[in-house]
Every structure is written in C-alpha cells, then in structure tokens.
Design a protein around this ligand. Structure first.
Ligand SMILES: *Cc1c(COP(=O)(O)O)cnc(C)c1O
Length: 393
C-alpha cells in the first residue's frame, strides 16, 4: 500500500486556537524557501520586528518571534528572568497560570500563588497583599487573557502594583495580542509572550515575545547560566540585537515566518484599535445569540474577553455530543472545558480572521440545531435573529 498526500477537511475553527487562518497567510507560507542568512530574509526579519513592535505597542529592541509555540515563549520568559532561589508571585485564575507556577519551580525558584476563582480576573488587592507579605519577591507573573475561562485581567493595574514593590512582571498575552487592548510600553510590562495562532490568525508554532530594558538588565546580571541552551536570550540576542551580525543560532522556520509577517501586515492594514473593536462587535452579536438560546457566559460582563467565550453547558445537554455534531454536520470546531471546567463549558473562540459575522451566525445556527437535537426547547431561528439585531440588520 502506498500512502497518499494528506488533505485535511476545511473546518471553521472557533475553539481556543488555532483560529481560522487568513488565506493570505497560507499563500505567504507557500512562497519559495530561501536561506535564513540571505540578506533578503534578514530584511524581512527587520520588518517583522517593526510589525511586532506595533502589535505589542512597544519600542523594545528585544522583540522577536521565538521559533516555537506560545509555550516556548512562556518558557523563554521564565528561564531568562528567574534564577534559583528567587521568589515569584504567580497569579492563578485558570490553566495557564498553573503552567507559570510549574515554570517557576523548574527554574529552582519559589512560587507564591495568588489564587482567584476560575472565570474571574486576577484581584489586584490580593496581589498587593501577597507582595506585602513577601518583600523578598522580585517577579510577578500573570495571564492577561486566560483562554481556559475567557477572563481578562487588568494588566495595567497589576503591573503598576508589581512595580511599586520593585518586581518585574512577566505577562502571558498569548490570546490577548490583537484581540483586546494591550500597550506594553504605556503599561510598563517588562516581559511578555504571545502566540501566532490565536488573534493573529497565523499558523501555530511561533511565539512573539518582547523584553524591556529592565528585563534585559536582569538577564545580563544573571549569576547562573540559563539552563536551556535553545531559549537562552544572551545567545539569541546575538542573532536579533540591533547592529549585530546575524550569526547562526538555529535555522529559522523560514516559511512560517513569512506567514507571521503576512498576518502582522494584515493587522497593521486593519489597525490595532479597529481589530480590538471588531472582536468586541462580533462578541456582542454572539453573546446576544447565545442568550437567546438560554445560554450564559461564565465570566462577569466587565471582564469578558471578546475572543474567548466560555459558555455554561445547560443541564440535560451532553456537551461532547454537541461538539461532535458541530464538527460532523457543520465542520465547525469549538473547544471543551479544561481542568475544573471540563464537561461544564464550551469555549467559543472569535479570534483574528475568525471574528466575523459569517462565523457568528454559523456557530449560533449550529448550536441551535445541536441543542434541539437533544430535545432542548428552542425557538427555531431565534439565535441568528438576536445576533442580526445587534448587527443592526
Ligand atoms: C494557547 C495558549 C498558550 C500556549 O500556546 P501554544 O502555542 O499552545 O504553546 C499559553 N497561554 C495561553 C493563555 C494560551 O491561550
């Protein structure tokens, strides 16, 4: 038997990521592969840096895409900024905060956990209290956009509090970047990581990161070598720093970087603020449709991420059967719950290219059918009508 080429089905991706990829991004990816030290490629990477600085709203020199997924961007932040013996305050209000704690401990540091209920943002007062109780802490880590619940934390306020206590902050904005307001310089964020496959609507596998001068100073003053060779920024800086001759560090994922470049060009064409507003507008339409189906979002209104909608599964509905019907009959993917929310919520993503009217209406009509198939008492067509009313149609 010979194995033939792999042809995936065409899906609509409305889960927690990857999101629908813009066809322009896929087209960019199929352009000719060139060498990663080719001057033309180096020029493209300089543009990439400027595009990433725009997306993050930063002038940080050390702004680059890590050649690996968001989890590697996370690890890069921790292994470079945290040393054995340090104390790090880690705010946990979902899955991704738990991973931060794991990173801190693997760096040989102590994690002091500030816990909030899943579905709620990080409470600034609790952070303040933890910092008062732990004057030895030198770092605060939190998730801006918690993809496991759809809660948005106040990154600006949390950063201010951390700085008042002389801590650097590490921020996870894998799902935030491009979807909600994020201003790295204005808010004073010291180190941040994101991902290509959420609101940037690029293919998965790259992690934009950015570090300010305070973060770079801490890295340069390290007493212990960074335990990861691949993620050691002192080596990567030789490749990325301004005025450096680009020496070989690792082979960049050339075509994937064409894709990220294209997705950032698309973001720049639209304008960041417009992108944030578009995510919000489609979220409002989706929310109206969900409410008309009797469904509720688990996050309080003021703290909702427009790009990640965690919906409580009503009693009597088989959540996995609904997702299966969406996938089989509508070729539509939505996400399941994680951790304590497993089996209790659906996670509906409206990310990047996927934050559009067609996706909102498809998702609502598909959910309506799937819930009706399970005997839910639903007025046919009501959800789409409710969303259309928000669109002013
Ligand atoms: C998706 C995600 C990550 C991990 O990104 P990968 O690309 O899957 O490694 C980290 N943090 C948050 C908040 C995420 O949503």
């Amino acid at each position: 038997m010979t194995t033939s080429s792999f042809h995936p089905p065409v899906r609509t991706l409305m889960g927690p990521g990857p999101s629908d990829v813009n066809p322009r991004v896929l087209a960019a990816m199929s352009r000719p592969t060139i060498g990663h030290l080719d001057p033309v490629f180096v020029d493209m990477m300089d543009e990439m840096k400027a595009l990433l600085q725009y997306a993050f709203q930063t002038k940080n020199e050390l702004t680059l895409p890590v050649s690996a997924p968001g989890s590697a961007g996370m690890e890069m932040c921790f292994v470079n900024l945290v040393q054995p013996g340090d104390t790090v305050i880690v705010c946990i209000n979902g899955v991704f905060g738990m991973r931060m704690k794991e990173n801190v401990e693997r760096c040989g540091a102590t994690a002091v956990v500030v816990e909030d209920t899943w579905g709620h943002p990080v409470d600034p007062q609790k952070l303040e209290d933890a910092l008062k109780a732990h004057p030895e802490a030198n770092t605060v880590a939190f998730v801006h956009a918690e993809t496991s619940t759809g809660a948005c934390s106040d990154a600006k306020t949390l950063t201010e509090i951390a700085h008042r206590h002389d801590c650097l902050v590490i921020v996870d904005s894998v799902t935030g970047l491009g979807g909600v307001e994020l201003r790295v310089d204005d808010w004073g964020i010291d180190a941040i990581y994101s991902g290509s496959q959420k609101c940037l609507s690029c293919t998965p596998g790259l992690s934009p990161v950015s570090f300010n001068d305070a973060a770079v100073a801490r890295i340069k003053a390290r007493e212990h070598k960074v335990q990861s060779w691949f993620l050691d920024l002192t080596l990567v800086m030789g490749y990325w720093g301004s005025g450096t001759k680009r020496a070989y560090h690792h082979t960049a994922p050339i075509n994937a970087l064409y894709a990220l470049h294209e997705s950032l060009v698309i973001l720049q064409e639209e304008g960041l603020e417009n992108s944030w507003a578009r995510h919000r507008a489609h979220h409002e339409a989706l929310r109206a449709g969900l409410e008309s189906l009797g469904l509720e979002l688990i996050v309080p209104r003021d703290h909702r991420l427009p790009q990640l909608n965690a919906v409580r599964v009503p009693d009597g509905i088989d959540e996995a059967a609904v997702r299966k019907m969406l996938l089989d009959d509508f070729s539509l993917e939505i996400g399941a719950g994680l951790g304590p929310l497993a089996g209790k919520v659906w996670r509906i993503g409206l990310m990047g290219y996927g934050a559009n009217r067609r996706n909102v209406l498809l998702c609502l009509s598909a959910l309506e059918s799937a819930m009706a198939a399970q005997g839910a008492d639903i007025r046919s067509g009501g959800a789409v009508a409710a969303a259309m009313a928000v669109y002013g149609a």
